[in-house]
Design a protein around this ligand. Structure first.
Ligand SMILES: Nc1ncnc2c1ncn2[C@@H]1O[C@H](COP(=O)(O)OP(=O)(O)OP(=O)(O)O)[C@@H](O)[C@H]1O
Ligand SMILES: [Mg+2]
Length: 256
């Protein structure tokens, strides 16, 4: 399978906000079934890096290659922008993101949330989208919540619903930005369980998390960011179990 294109390749991404360069040349390669965990202190650039991967944030420089297809950029007065927004829309359909704050649409039921993009972006027939949505709801343990509105669900349920919504696009790569950090502690486990299941079925994922035990369990690779640079990266047993960077040792040390 040597000629199968790599699902996601990021080369030398830089990003500045005003005078501050927050990403200083970051690269990453997600092969099929890789689970790559990004860790690092608050402000180290994890979310910005993730957002650059699906162009919610525009990198100033660097390349993004999705399944062997480079994203095309053009220079404008305001900096660099995608040359073709249709390409970005197609790319985002392959790279589904799950945010910290659930982000289900409040005015739609859970089922409506899940079928929205497959029907309106992918043009999937509604009946088929509903069938798929029901399978996904079962998969994340929410079969009985299809007709609930987000406000009627717990945080953990909403986040599992958001994962089902992301899955409904049949993404090649899933991006998770601290999917459990807005949850009450007793609800974290149910969401991690769903994500673990996705890892076990060989989904390609990039995950920002502070759950180190979980990262160690599910990741194929852990990347430690410090001030917009990769300070250390490698298999979890090495990066989390036997780090060489002093800074990373500090970061992993128990806080009290
Ligand atoms: N839209 C923005 N405008 C200006 N500065 C920004 C913007 N977004 C992020 N930054 C800055 O970029 C840096 C990296 O932020 P980012 O959100 O990527 O960090 P993070 O590693 O995800 O942190 P956390 O663990 O707190 O979520 C921070 O210094 C932040 O203040
Ligand atoms: Mg963040």
């Amino acid at each position: 399978m040597a000629d199968t294109p790599i699902p996601l390749e990021v080369r030398n991404i830089t990003k500045r906000f005003g005078d501050t360069e927050v990403l200083k040349g970051l690269s990453l390669q997600a092969q099929k079934s890789d689970v790559i965990t990004l860790i690092g202190a608050s402000g180290s650039g994890k979310s910005t890096f993730l957002r650059c991967m699906n162009l919610l944030e525009q990198p100033d420089d660097g390349e993004l290659i999705i399944h062997g297809e480079p994203i095309r950029f053009k220079q404008t007065r305001h900096g660099r922008e995608p040359a073709d927004w249709n390409q970005v829309v197609a790319m985002r359909a392959k790279l589904s993101m799950v945010f910290q704050g659930f982000n289900l649409w409040a005015h739609m039921t859970l089922l409506e949330n899940i079928i929205e993009a497959p029907v309106h972006v992918l043009g999937k027939p509604k009946k088929q989208a509903i069938e798929h949505a029901r399978e996904l709801l079962e998969r994340v343990g929410l079969s009985d919540r299809a007709d609930y509105y987000p406000a009627q669900m717990s945080g953990g349920q909403q986040q599992r619903g958001a994962i089902a919504r992301a899955l409904a696009m049949d993404p090649d790569v899933m991006l998770f930005d601290e999917p459990t950090s807005a949850l009450d502690p007793e609800l974290v486990g149910e969401v991690l369980k769903v994500i673990r299941g996705l890892a076990e079925e060989g989904r390609t994922m990039i995950l920002v998390t502070h759950e180190m035990a979980f990262a160690r369990d599910v990741s194929t690779q852990v990347v430690y960011l410090h001030q917009g640079q990769v300070e250390e990266a490698g298999p979890p047993a090495q990066v989390l179990g036997n780090p060489s960077s002093e800074r990373l040792k500090q970061f992993l040390a128990p806080k009290n």
